[in-house]
Design a protein around this ligand. Sequence first.
Ligand SMILES: [Zn+2]
Length: 340
Amino acid sequence: MDDQLAALEAEVERRAAQVKTPGDLETLRTDILGRKGGRLSQVMAGLGKVPKEERAEFGRRANETKARIEARFAQAELRLGDAELERSLSQRFDLTFPGIPPRRGSLHILRQTLDDVAAFFRKRGFAIVFGPEVESEYYNFEAMNIPADHPARDAMDTFYLASGGLLRTHTSPMQVRAMEEYPPPIAILVPGRAYRRDALDARHAFAFHQFEGLQIDRGITFGHLKGFVSDLCRTLYGNERRTRFRPSYFQFTEPSAEVDVSCPVCDGSGCRTCGGSGWLEMGGSGMVHPHVLKSAGYDPEIYTGWAFGLGIERIAMVRNGVDDIRLFTENDPAFLEQFA
Ligand SMILES: [Zn+2]
């Protein structure tokens, strides 16, 4: 029995010194110390055959041997750990190898476009104000000189809400809201989302972005409007752009004009983008209607002002050669990354 313990200890001593990997060490440990079928357990199983008076002595020796074997394994484990550390420290790294760049987000192209517009207005002293997207019929229509039975309401296919409100069809309601809040003179830019029950196609979306420019003071004329809008179009599309005002009709301005800008694609000679006309429609404009001024509590005998509204999507499409409005909301990274 004593011989078996001594032989086992010697074997462990020899094999542990040769072990190369943590996996091999674990295999050896199981082979020797495993609870079931371990070699030490097998020797211990012979305890019953030892004469009674020698059993206590044998048990003590067996426990001592087990403790020494465990210590030997711990030592081998340390040795392997050191070797592993040594190996990892001796590895060479190429510090000049390029890293993996993190994916960076960017401002959406509509946001970038609006920022350019806002910068133009801000430079000229305009305040930027925001209005509610859920509007009342009063602000969206009546205060804008569109009474309940007026056919102009049909043209603005409106989303009505169960609450009795509606989703604003334009950013113009803020004209009256701003005039109610601030005494004249005022100069504001109102950017925001507007909604119309349009069928979705390459040119129409049921939710879109607009901005409204409004300036009211003593002695404001149509000349101020033309100068301001022409300057804005040159800033957005380039210095060589020409602007044209076509007589038009809106309920809330008088006189009213559609704003066209010479096509930046063909420079006015006619192409697919401008439908061969050489001009692109930008939006509506005009002198604020006296009824609108009155609704807001301004005296139309003293104050006059201009207003115009343009679509952000429209500007972004023309400036960047985008031919489908749906691309702006589909969030396809391949599309958006072009403007990062
Ligand atoms: Zn063109």
